[in-house]
Design a protein around this ligand. Structure first.
Ligand code: ADP
Ligand code: ZN
Length: 731
């Protein structure tokens, strides 16, 4: 505990922030034994007890004798002052109420549990006297998670049954229980274990990063280098330096499917496993990670964006890998961009940030340009590997029937790989069999009942799926509109359909589809990826999942089936996204000795974005993009924010939106413009309509205060909701 942290003696008034949706701190009396500022506590609220954090001194504006006492101080190190500052500033930036921020920071299922409540449950030897569906559910959960520790309530929740079902099974010896062991510590990570000899280029970069870490001050570095140039090796050197300094490290990855490969690398480099934090981590593991991060025992965490809200004791370095990735933007609940929040957190913690990417975001480029970030470049690929040759296949010249997508030119290139025993990747960013299912009798297209989206056929699953809300239904045999039998036909390509075509064209090749929906668990996906890496596939058909960092040494050809896919629509970021995705995908080819080739099927080879992708002059592309954004006054050269109104009734959304548009005084005062209301990019989801207003302001404009004042002019009734999105992804 820092020596200047305030301590409150028994009976002194403290202000407690709770996770309940209240707009102020609540006063309580410090409990027997007192408490530190930052202490995690349980307090009485009405008839209930709720969790909270002692945020400061109480206000004392109530009759002291009526103020209740803190019920209990939780057995956890108090929240660090820097963390409290971080939550406060993140709340101000994203216009999020503090209780919601605190909920993000306390996603620890065991916070407040006495450890004694935890039990290890396992399948026992006895058979149940009779089987019920509830009992089956419990056994199924233990089949997968047996041997991990839970509270009785957690296990019941996971199985979706009452606790009595579990107690009954324990009584009969079908399920065994034993007291949970205390959490084991994390392995000690040795900064000098498994260090690699770096190339001159890499060494120079590593030294810049290491010097940053040694400074013990805040700084952000953009680490840019083509795929395979050794960015990971280089930032692992910064991690090593931070471990030497005795401070904690957080590495953020955009995709949890990547983490297994990455963890193996960390283990090889530091001789031990770091802590893991993402949605695929079990509750037991989460509890352990949260606690040990808070104690400072866990030195390194590898995680998804939510790991930013872990209670680090002394965070010295945050790495954001693939920093341009759009999945760093949280689009649900609290709307934040983990990359930006990483920079905020680091600046409060005197920590360093490394943003790594082969294709940085325009935001990061602009920050380098303005001198806010340092820049480290790795210009060549490691070893013999070189960037692939990139060429367009002009689809206007290819002789191809309407329901086929592999052009003769691409086919030839794949055949050449098959002869040489090398791998090819056919990339199509569309999950499922076909994006549209249409009735040939009446022209009806099957849509989702709850969203403005088409249902996508998934032939392996024999179902239609809405990619917006995830709803599925069995593939109908009759048209839902005209009831004609056997007239439903797939239109357009999805990866499953492409795989069908590949199997027909290359009958002797082993074809594997890599798409997130085909593998139920991260473990299955990992197994498939390992099999591919070991050479167990000739042709890989993949969605954007393959664009992210997997290393397939025998892959020498990448064929992009539809390079024009991302260029339609009016989104100002479309060019940036397409450019990043295509360069990332192309970078999968030729990661070892054999030179790679990337072929882009396109109907518009003269399109400036396609030309830039092929030309490979990234700086020129970014400069042209930057000039356009500057001219339009949009991010990163201007500020944008969105207000999304949602309701089951679209008219309610538009009425409120129009009201806001008419009363734009607070925004006009800061020189901002309001556009809309218009249907949001996702116009309807799960039965709720969404209408958006966009706000555009100068870079330095005090946009948060103006937005708060503006938004406060509408009263939300019933099921209507409003979300404020600072720095929206699409505009
Ligand atoms: P990036 O993160 O830029 O895609 P990686 O760090 O994954 O690049 O490096 C690509 C491959 O080259 C990896 O297999 C990595 O282990 C290897 N590699 C890179 N630099 C070195 C080095 N200095 N010594 C040994 N292997 C290296
Ligand atoms: Zn839907």
């Amino acid at each position: 505990m820092a020596s200047d942290t305030p301590f409150f003696h028994e009976g002194e008034l403290v202000g407690v922030l709770t996770t309940q949706p209240l707009d102020r701190l609540l006063d309580y009396k410090a409990p027997e034994g007192g408490c530190w500022q930052g202490a995690y506590v349980e307090v009485p609220l009405g008839p209930r007890k709720v969790m909270g954090v002692v945020w400061g001194a109480g206000r004392g504006d109530f009759d002291y004798s009526k103020v209740r006492s803190v019920s209990r101080v939780l057995d956890t190190a108090p929240m660090a002052e820097e963390m409290r500052q971080f939550l406060g500033r993140a709340a101000d930036y994203t216009l999020t109420p503090m209780p919601a921020m605190l909920r993000l920071a306390t996603r620890n299922p065991g916070l407040g549990d006495p450890p004694a409540l935890r039990t290890v449950y396992r399948l026992g030897d006895a058979e149940p006297d009779r089987m019920t569906s509830a009992r089956e559910k419990v056994l199924a959960v233990l089949e997968e998670y047996g041997g991990l520790s839970f509270t009785l309530g957690e296990l019941a929740e996971m199985a979706g049954v009452g606790t009595s079902v579990i107690k009954g099974l324990v009584k009969q010896g079908v399920v065994n229980e034993e007291a949970a062991p205390r959490d084991g510590p994390y392995a000690t990570l040795d900064p000098d274990h498994g260090a690699k000899a770096l190339t001159a280029d890499q060494l120079a970069g590593a030294e810049v990063l290491r010097a940053g870490v040694r400074s013990g001050k805040y700084g952000t570095t953009l680490l840019r280098g083509v795929t395979g140039s050794g960015k990971t090796e280089v930032y692992l050197e910064a991690v090593a330096e931070c471990l030497r300094a005795g401070r904690q490290v957080l590495v953020l990855l955009p995709e949890i499917a990547l983490s297994a490969e990455f963890l193996a690398r960390v283990e090889a480099r530091f001789g031990g496993m770091p802590a893991e934090w993402h949605s695929g981590v079990t509750m037991t593991e989460r509890r352990r990670a949260w606690k040990m991060v808070s104690d400072g025992q866990a030195r390194m965490v590898v995680g998804a964006r939510s790991a930013l809200f872990l209670p680090f004791r002394d965070l010295g370095l945050i790495v954001v890998d693939e920093e341009h990735d759009t999945s760093y933007k949280q689009e649900d609940g609290v709307l934040y961009n983990a990359r930006d929040m990483a920079v905020l957190r680091a600046s409060i913690n005197d920590a360093q940030v490394v943003l790594a990417s082969a294709t940085p975001s325009l935001e990061s480029w602009a920050n380098v340009e303005q001198g806010k970030y340092r820049r480290v470049e790795l210009t060549s690929r490691f070893g013999e590997a070189v960037m692939p040759d990139m060429r367009a296949i002009d689809m206007r010249d290819e002789d191809l029937p309407g329901s086929a997508w592999i052009s003769p030119s691409l086919q030839k290139a794949v055949e050449a790989r098959l002869e040489r025993g090398e791998q090819s990747l056919l990339f199509l960013n569309r999950r499922g069999y076909a994006p549209v299912t249409v009735c040939r009798a009446c022209g009806h297209q099957i849509g989702c009942d709850q969203c403005d989206a088409r249902m996508v056929e998934h032939r392996f699953l024999k179902r239609l799926m809405c990619h917006q809300c995830g709803e599925t239904k069995p593939m109908p045999t009759k048209c839902p509109s005209c009831e004609a039998e056997d007239k439903l036909a797939p239109v357009g390509p999805g990866v499953e359909r492409l795989a069908e075509e590949a199997v027909a064209r290359f009958p002797d090749a082993k074809v594997v589809v890599l798409s997130s929906d085909l593998y139920g668990t991260a473990r299955q996906l990992k197994a498939v990826i390992e099999e591919i890496a070991a050479g167990g596939a000739d042709i890989i058909i993949g969605t954007q999942l393959v664009a992210k960092g997997h290393n397939f040494p025998k892959l020498t050809l990448v064929g992009v089936i539809d390079s024009d896919l991302g260029l339609q629509g009016s989104d100002l970021r479309a060019a940036e996204r397409t450019f990043q995705l295509m360069r990332q995908v192309a970078g999968r080819a030729g990661r070892s000795e054999a030179k790679g080739e990337a072929l882009l099927q396109t109907f518009q080879p003269e399109h400036p974005v396609i030309r830039a992708i092929l030309g490979g002059d990234e700086e020129a592309f970014w400069m042209a993009e930057a000039a356009e954004r500057k001219a339009a006054g949009v991010p990163p050269y201007g500020r944008m924010a969105g207000i999304v109104l949602s309701s089951p009734d679209v008219q309610v959304c538009f009425d409120l939106g129009n009201h806001l548009a008419r009363h734009d005084g607070p925004l006009r005062r800061i020189g901002a413009q309001v556009f809309g209301p218009a249907p949001a990019p996702i116009a309807r989801i799960r039965g709720r309509h969404r209408v958006r207003l966009l706000v555009k302001a100068d870079k330095g404009a005090p946009i948060q205060a103006a937005l708060a004042e503006w938004a406060a002019q509408v009263r939300l009734k019933g099921e209507t909701r409003m979300a404020i999105d600072i720095d929206p992804q699409s505009f």
